[in-house]
Design a protein around this ligand. Structure first.
Ligand code: COA
Length: 724
């Protein structure tokens, strides 16, 4: 982020003078100052260039200290610059000049030194860090490799094996691990990076220390630049699953260190980095990251004061209720869970204990933390106990009558100011609110199963809800580590409303001739971890069956309806849990086998309807699936159910397994071209004009040669103007 352009607060523009200060004992203090995270954007790079130039020219500087102002040392490259030509100077050249300086160069890192920030520190001759620091290379999470010399300096400093450990996977480490690895020389005695850095630099100067360039390092005890060791380490890593393109590039760049020549290695890194940067994969991953930042920021900036939430009530101890309780308990909140009878209450507690045991076994929490979380839990059958709660979330059966009764009871027992939330995935939250005498306190909190794992939370905002209730829910989401997206009220809100549409398109595809197994394979090839039919088998076919039955009475008779899924459910084939669904599951096996009987049933359905099966290629399948998704998403935007395309991308990335490297469905639509998507919808509409009705928003965007990306920018600018 460029400090001149995008600093939201009134931070005075930094001048090269602020960037470089020379102490009385001739130590040059270079301070990165580009709020909020000192990303190495164009302006920071220019300042760094100016500072290095002055140090080179001055001649009388004895030592150099690099520090960051504000929250941390440096958050790395400015990801908002990606996707457009990056103005010079480039970090790799700056870091090279910095490393060549003739006096000791020290970096003192605090808060975070990530990606390019850590590469800057590697180009320094000595490194220290405050206790709180987070060190790491997040580049591979963006489909990239370090491009500021990191792939060449880190192996020279730590040895190939340790370097790969850090460069692959985006793991962050703390100061003591950094010290143990030899990444830093010392942990600072004070939290003030400048004071600690100056003290350290003076010590170095007193003992006559000179430059110690990482490019000349030979690893720590490990023969770092040894081809055999490197080869063994590389094959160990490459043997893990299928390496991603960026992992392969990291390996290749690191391998260059074994050939000895540093500058050739830097050139290799540069080529690999630029190739990654130009890829669609990086564009998608960067878009996903920006979408998340933008969604988090929009949630954080809402104006009103939040109501304190310390004690949460949950009604219903099924999978969902227990998952919700677990995520609250893990975040340090107290939870009271109400069930109908003692048996159900005991079963909920067992489920919760199992869940924490699993979390402890997988290292997600320690046994002590699990014990502490459970100590904040009360399971009861006494409904009025909920009177003490600041927020109550009902997670009972998805039936309006049942939920209404719960809300009437909540209205009677809850204290004034308590927030009443429903975890419904489709019912009208406004209608539930109307059943209480405190409609302004009622909101939807749609968690995704398993609720303690899935990061997404749709905050369903009915008309008339108080703004501090909405803010409180965003604050709660942050506390429990969820990414919250606001949604308007409609059947299915953002995610499920769109899901209904592409599921329907998928059911047409199979009735018209594609096998469910071909559809699953095509969507896996597109990037999903699981195809749509495998997913139904995993979550349980009975859930969508109930939804279809619920809609049966109001279904438009002109609309095409595919009974194939019902035929399986009528046989009790609900998926994994019943041993059969679209696939057949052998006892204890998670992976299903294709089932010829399922194909027979499908074939009989086609015959019954007089349909002659057609051939669909993988491309046909993807086009129909995505066109239905994008068209429904456009309607969700047009109706204001979702604020921005970014929000829809985040919902699908975090709630529906959309491949992250594609950025999200809206980003995919932009990359493919909206006019091509619209053309597909119109073509499919010749077979079924009822279902394939182009969204007026999509038509409008195409007419104006506009994109969902433009819409993201317009809405963000509009929101900022409204807030200012
Ligand atoms: N480039 C541009 N902007 C960045 C950024 C980066 N590398 N990293 C963070 N930001 C922005 C965020 O978008 C956010 O902006 P907003 O206030 O407009 O929403 C702001 O900085 C604060 O980020 P946030 O994540 O809320 O701050 P934090 O203190 O919790 O964490 C970091 C700070 C640096 C640890 C964290 O932001 C992070 O991990 N960033 C990504 C690092 C990265 O991937 N670097 C690029 C390597 S190639």
């Amino acid at each position: 982020m460029d400090s001149m352009i995008s600093t939201r607060e009134a931070t005075p523009a930094q001048t090269p003078r602020d960037f470089l200060r020379i102490t009385a004992d001739r130590i040059a203090v270079v301070t990165l100052n580009n709020p909020p995270v000192n990303a190495l954007g164009a302006q920071s790079r220019r300042h760094l260039e100016e500072a290095i130039g002055r140090i080179e020219r001055t001649g009388r500087i004895r030592g150099v200290l690099l520090v960051g102002s504000g929250r941390g040392f440096a958050g790395g490259a400015d990801i908002k610059e990606f996707g457009a030509p990056r103005p010079g100077p480039q970090t790799r050249d700056l870091f090279d000049r910095l490393e060549r300086l003739a006096m000791p160069v020290v970096a003192c890192m605090h808060g975070f030194a990530l990606g390019g920030g850590l590469e800057l520190a590697l180009a320094a001759h000595y490194r220290l860090a405050t206790k709180d620091v987070r060190l790491g290379f997040p580049e591979t999470r963006l489909g990239l490799i370090p491009g500021g010399g990191g792939t060449q300096r880190l192996p020279r400093l730590l040895g190939v094996k340790r370097a790969l450990d850090l460069l692959l996977g985006g793991r962050e480490i703390d100061a003591s691990s950094g010290l143990a690895l030899g990444l830093i020389d010392e942990i600072a005695g004070t939290a003030d990076p400048e004071a600690a850095g100056l003290e350290y630099t003076r010590r170095l100067l007193e003992r006559g220390a000179g430059p110690r360039r990482t490019r000349d390092a030979r690893g720590l005890g490990e023969p770092a630049i040894d081809a055999a060791t490197a080869g063994a380490a590389l094959s160990r890593f490459a043997a893990d699953a299928a390496p991603t393109p960026e992992a392969r590039s990291v390996l290749e760049a690191v391998l260059a260190t074994t050939r000895g020549d540093f500058d050739a290695g830097i050139q290799k890194e540069r080529t690999l980095f630029e190739d990654c940067l130009a890829s669609d994969r990086t564009a998608g991953l960067v878009h996903a990251t920006l979408a998340e930042h933008s969604v988090r920021a929009a949630g954080a900036h809402s104006g009103a004061r939040a109501r304190p939430i310390k004690h949460v009530g949950v009604v219903g101890g099924g999978t969902m209720g227990v998952g919700i309780a677990a995520s609250m308990l893990e975040a340090g909140l107290a939870v009271t869970l109400v069930e109908r009878n003692d048996d159900a209450s005991a079963a909920a507690r067992v489920r919760l204990e199992e869940l924490f045991q699993r979390a402890a076994a997988h290292g997600r929490m320690t046994a002590v933390q699990a014990g502490a979380a459970l100590s904040r839990y009360v399971g009861t059958i006494d409904f009025p106990t909920l009177g003490a709660c600041d927020l109550v979330i009902e997670a009972v059966f998805e039936d309006m009558r049942v939920k209404r009764q719960v809300f009437e009871q909540l209205d009677r027992v809850c204290k004034t100011g308590a927030i009443l939330a429903t975890n419904t995935s489709f019912l009208d939250v406004g209608q539930l609110a109307a059943h209480t005498a405190r409609a302004a306190d009622v909101i939807g909190l749609h968690f995704f199963s398993p609720a303690h794992v899935m990061k997404l939370l749709e905050i369903v905002v009915p008309p008339g809800v108080a703004s501090d209730v909405v803010d409180s829910c965003f604050a709660l989401a942050r506390l429990i580590g969820k990414i919250a997206v606001p949604a308007g009220v409609c059947d299915g809100f953002i995610g499920n409303r769109i899901l209904y549409a592409y599921r329907e398109a998928t059911s047409f595809l199979v009735e018209d001739g594609a096998s469910p197994y071909t559809v699953d394979r095509a969507m896996r090839a597109f990037g999903y971890a699981m195809g749509p039919f495998e997913t139904v088998d995993l979550t349980g076919g009975d859930i969508s069956w109930a939804a279809r039955q619920r809609k049966a009475l109001t279904r438009d008779p002109r609309r095409r309806y595919v009974e194939f899924a019902d035929r399986l459910c009528e046989r009790g084939w609900f998926g994994r849990k019943s041993g059969r669904g679209y696939y057949r599951y052998a006892e204890g096996r998670r992976k299903g086998e294709e089932d010829p009987e399922v194909l027979d049933i499908l074939s009989r359905e086609r015959t019954r309807k007089g349909l002659r099966p057609r051939d669909f290629t993988d491309d046909d399948i993807v086009r129909r699936y995505m066109a239905a998704m994008i068209n429904a998403a456009s309607e969700v935007l047009r109706e204001g159910i979702a604020r921005r395309p970014y929000d829809i991308d985040v919902v699908f990335l975090h709630g529906y397994g959309f491949p992250r490297w594609r950025g999200g469905p809206m980003k995919y639509a932009d990359s493919r071209g909206l006019s091509r998507i619209l053309e597909d919808i119109r073509t499919f509409g010749r077979e079924d004009s009822e279902f394939w009705r182009p969204s007026p928003l999509l038509v409008d965007l195409v007419r104006h040669n506009s994109t969902f990306g433009d819409l993201n920018r317009t809405v963000a600018a509009g929101a900022q103007a409204a807030g200012s």
